[in-house]
Design a protein around this ligand. Structure first.
Ligand SMILES: Cc1ncc(COP(=O)(O)O)c(C=O)c1O
Length: 364
């Protein structure tokens, strides 16, 4: 059983510096004001002007025909897979990708879709050869592969962003085999800023994207799925079937609009803070502990992974920080994860380094 728990509740920690995830941020007074003032209507009837505006804005932003606002990343990914695939068809997905590992195999539960899983590489890619070797069909014993699912940035790989060259190669491979590509882009803005690509360029290599407003972009709820109009129509139809038809959810779409207005600034700051933290930890780690504690500094977005070894454990580090009101997450048996987010201020960074220095002193 994997030891990671994504629901590590912490009691009495309103004043904590919370880097367990970028989902923990709370709406600012300004965002709340905008939400309160939003114009709303019944979205099942297509009458919520704020949701309609958000969907149109996202379609333009990603240069796709249409978009649909859904309640979560999980719902967006599920509806995208079920709209690309029929029962008995198959996806190719990373073994450590969110769609496969942390969404309960919902594509199989609700859609009768099967998966060929591929071990992800350290850079968050599904190796092209492995993708190709996983394609099935043309024989009565086999399901037919329909879809390749990528994740950008890749959470389990420590927030790695996919390169232009890789995305292009997957597109070519998919076209060659007449497959579709779906991107779990929960943190695609972080990827765009890190690679210098526009989100529309990333979108140009895939058929559909799910992007979360509730992660690095700081909204309380919601994701967008974009793609061709007929695909989005199908997603909309299926969204109603899973109980995802909104009513006056323009209140939430208004928060998403606000997040988009500030996206580049927010994500640039978060990616930069992650780099400051990773380097700051490594600079403060004495030589004799370099093997025991190492923060990844390569290809960073807003996720920092600290590798623990030689008797130092992730839970030891996480507990030490938690007692001092700084929250990280035990990622697995060897890794601690911290995710920078818009709740992290410039004043917090020296505090985190002070705690790290104290922690170092407890290690011999
Ligand atoms: C990469 C990735 N995809 C999808 C999701 C699912 O998003 P949600 O929690 O909104 O369902 C997450 C959540 O952490 C994620 O990290």
């Amino acid at each position: 059983m994997p030891s990671v728990s994504y629901s590590s509740k912490v009691e009495n920690c309103d004043e904590c510096i919370d880097l367990r995830s970028d989902t923990v941020t709370r709406p600012t007074p300004e965002m709340r004001q905008i939400m309160a003032n939003s114009i709303v209507g019944d979205d099942v009837y297509g009458e919520d002007p704020t949701i309609n505006a958000l969907e149109e804005r996202c379609a333009k932003l990603f240069k796709k025909e249409a978009g649909i606002f859904v309640c979560s990343g999980t719902m967006g990914n599920l509806l995208a897979v079920l709209s690309h695939c029929q029962r008995g068809e198959e996806i190719i997905v990373g073994k450590q990708s969110h769609i496969h590992r942390w969404e309960q195999g919902n594509y199989a539960q609700f859609g009768g879709v099967s998966a060929m899983t591929v071990e992800i590489a350290n850079d968050g890619t599904l190796p092209l050869k492995e993708i190709e070797a996983s394609i099935r069909g043309g024989d009565s014993h086999l399901p037919t592969t329909k879809l390749i699912c990528l994740e950008n940035t890749h959470n389990w790989a420590g927030g790695k962003a996919l390169s232009r060259e890789y995305l292009r190669s997957v597109r070519e491979l998919a076209d060659h085999h007449k497959l579709k590509v779906h991107l779990d882009g929960a943190r695609v803005y972080n990827a765009a800023v890190a690679t210098g690509m526009d989100v529309s360029e990333i979108a140009s290599y895939v058929d559909s994207i799910q992007m979360c407003f509730s992660k690095g972009l700081g909204s309380p709820v919601g994701s967008i799925v974009v793609g061709e109009k007929k695909f989005i129509d199908l997603v909309r139809h299926k969204r109603k079937a899973v109980g995802g038809g909104w009513r006056q959810a323009g209140i939430l779409a208004a928060a998403a609009m606000y997040s988009l207005d500030h996206a580049i600034k927010t994500v640039t700051r978060d990616n930069k803070n992650a780099a400051i933290l990773a380097k700051g930890f490594n600079d403060r780690t004495p030589n004799h502990l370099k093997e025991a504690l190492h923060a990844n500094e390569e290809g960073l977005t807003n996720i920092v992974v600290v590798r623990c070894a030689n008797g130092v454990t992730p839970s030891q580090m996480v507990s030490f920080f938690q007692e001092r009101r700084v929250l990280f997450m035990v990622f697995d048996d060897h890794r601690v994860r911290l995710v920078t987010n818009w709740g992290l201020t410039d004043e917090h960074i020296p505090i985190i380094f002070e705690v790290y220095e104290e922690f170092i002193k407890t290690l011999h």
